[in-house]
Every structure is written in C-alpha cells, then in structure tokens.
Design a protein around this ligand. Sequence first.
Ligand code: SF4
Ligand code: SF4
Ligand code: SF4
Length: 381
Amino acid sequence: MAKVFNWQLGREMEYPYEAPRPERQFTMIMDTNKCIACQSCTIACKSTWTWGRGQEYMLWNNIETKPYGFYPIGWDVNVLSLLGTQAWEGETYGGETVFEAAPDGERVLGWSPDEADWNHPNLGEDEPTGDGTVTYVPEKPHSMAWMYYLQRICNHCTYPACVAACPREAIYKRPEDGIVLVDQTRCRGYQECVQACPYKKTMFNLETRVSEKCIGCFPKIEQGLQTQCTTVCIGRLRLTNFLSTPDKADPRKPADFLVHVKKIALPLYPQLGLEPNVYYIPPVHVPVEYTSQMFGPGVQNAIDAYLGAKDDPELLGLLMLFGATERIMDTFAVRDGIAYAYDEAGEEIVSVPVQEPTIVRPFDYPTELAGEPATGFLHNT
Ligand code: SF4
Ligand code: SF4
Ligand code: SF4
C-alpha cells in the first residue's frame, strides 16, 4: 500500500494506490440546520438521472432522519461497529481507517447490504430520541428530544474506497474536478464497490447488471453551474463549490472560507479515511457526543462559529449567498451590508442583502362590516 496524507485525519495513512490530487476538487456544503426534509433534492436528482430501467429504488441523493434513518438500513452503524474504537488525539486520528483495517487479502474493510436493505429510504423519518419531556431551549440545548436531517450524496472522496476495491479499474476520479465516475463499459457487476464504499453510495442496477452512482451532475459542473440537488433546495442550505487543501486555502473562495478558515463545515465520518468532499455544518441542537462521532473533533467549534454568525457579517453574508444563484461562485465579498458573488473572471454573478429587510404592513382590524359587527379575522385585508 502507498502512504498518502489525509489532512482530515492530521496524518499519513495507507491507501492502495499513489493517488495524485485532482487539479481542483468538487465539493458540496450542507447546512443541516436548515433542512426540512422536503425531498425536493431527492426528486430533482431522480427525475434528472435515475428514472430508467432498474433504477426504480435508486436514490443517489437521499435525506435521512438521524439517528434512526438509514439508506440502506444500518449503513453507518454497521461500518462503525466493524471498525472498532475510533479515538482522536486532539485533531489527529489515532484509530484505523477502513483501508488500514482491511482483512488479509482485501483492500477495504466493508460489508454488503441485502437487496431488501435498500427498500426503506424513509425508515425512521422524523423519529426523535433523547429526553422527550423537554423541548428545545437555546440555553440548555441537550436535554431534549432530538433528531435532524442528514443530506447524503456520494462524497467524491479524495481516497475513494470504491476506486480502491474495483478489480476492473472501472471507477475513476476525474483529474479536472475530482468527480468520481463509473465507466459502465468496463464494469462487470462484481459489486466490490458496493461492499467497499462505507457510505453505500455506489448502487447496483439489477437490470443492467452494472454499478451506478451520483455523477456530481458533471454536465452542469462543466458549464459552471451548481448541481441539481443544490439548485432546487427549498431550504437554500446547499452550496456546490471547489475546495483547496488547507495549505492552499484562499479565504475569498466560499468552500475554503467555510471549511478551512471558519472550520464551520465538517466531513462525514472522517475516521473512515476516505477524505470525503461533502461538508456539513453540524446541527446545533444535537448532543455533541453524537455529532462528534459523525463529524469529528471540530463540532463544538463549528457550532460556536455558526451561533456567532449573527455578529460575523462575512460568514452571514456567505450563508445568505447559498441558493441565490445557479452559477458556481468562484469568490465572494461582503461590503456595506451586501454579499457579492463573483465568477472566475471577477465579474459579479449576484448580490444579496446580508440582513433581509423587514417590512411591517399597516393593519386595521375592521370592527364593523356592512353595518354588522365583525365576527372573525379577515384574511388579506
Ligand atoms: S462516497 Fe463511496 S461511492 Fe462516493 S467516492 Fe466515496 S467511496 Fe466512492
Ligand atoms: S450531485 Fe447531481 S447526481 Fe449527485 S446527488 Fe446531486 S443531483 Fe444527483
Ligand atoms: S431540498 Fe433542501 S430542504 Fe429539501 S430535503 Fe433537500 S436539502 Fe433538505
């Protein structure tokens, strides 16, 4: 195995190949606090990419309620149980990754879902856990019943387990943008990728007998546009962007600012070792013991930064730019209460106010109508 540096783990790790980083890396940021589980993203992906033969139950994008939601059933608890203790020493991961813990003769520690495990994408939807007698109070947010929505697509990992496991070299990472694709003409349907991907984001098509996965909406990315699941998002909580490594972080670039400068957006299960490239602003109302296992040691810092955004115009301005344009932002700036997004030529794409204007309409409640006393609230008066 080759030694590669995984900055999310703060250390080198073993990976089956020498894996050069792409020229730039596709990334998505999700603000879990704003999701309403409307599934518009799921349907946008499905109606664009997976409406064909054998794709009936295939959801490249899914929204699951944590802690009880899974697609497929048990995807994360299964791999975490296999991996054993996952200890962090500060910001350095001290446990093993799925590559380092691979059984003899295999490249990745994995498991295979049963066909039926894919049949219940809304399992556990809206089911809370915790102390059900107390509702959310900001000063004491952890003594409560809680659940939250997790937005899941392929992570277009820097060190993809699907690529590592494929005996046909049918899966590849594009050098121009880091998007991970399956060459279906090379795939022979061995499903090694399905077993290896700990996020279970490669899926087997029972009709065509080859594997498929989220394609990062690459035809849109090539035109400078954000993905389908981003542009339809009702909650305006998604951002499609490109991410640098920490040593090359540019604070003018949206993803670099959120991931490397503010450290407000965190990877999903970084301890698995794939350096996933979808980042999450963690939910502020969920016990940190739970979210730390999911998003690593930076959770409390991310929550503090997020709750402080009201006093941080730059951060607030960037969050307001989410969902404001279909085009991919190259850089952003905040001046005089306005957040601006720019393309690679430095031309302005869009601008939005950092604070939405509040308009209070005058309201007169009529006490008498046509000579009769008014008996109820009149809408649209
Ligand atoms: S999330 Fe899974 S399918 Fe996607 S690149 Fe990573 S290992 Fe491959
Ligand atoms: S990026 Fe595109 S292909 Fe991937 S889940 Fe979103 S809509 Fe589907
Ligand atoms: S469209 Fe946005 S708000 Fe709706 S479920 Fe998807 S991520 Fe959540």
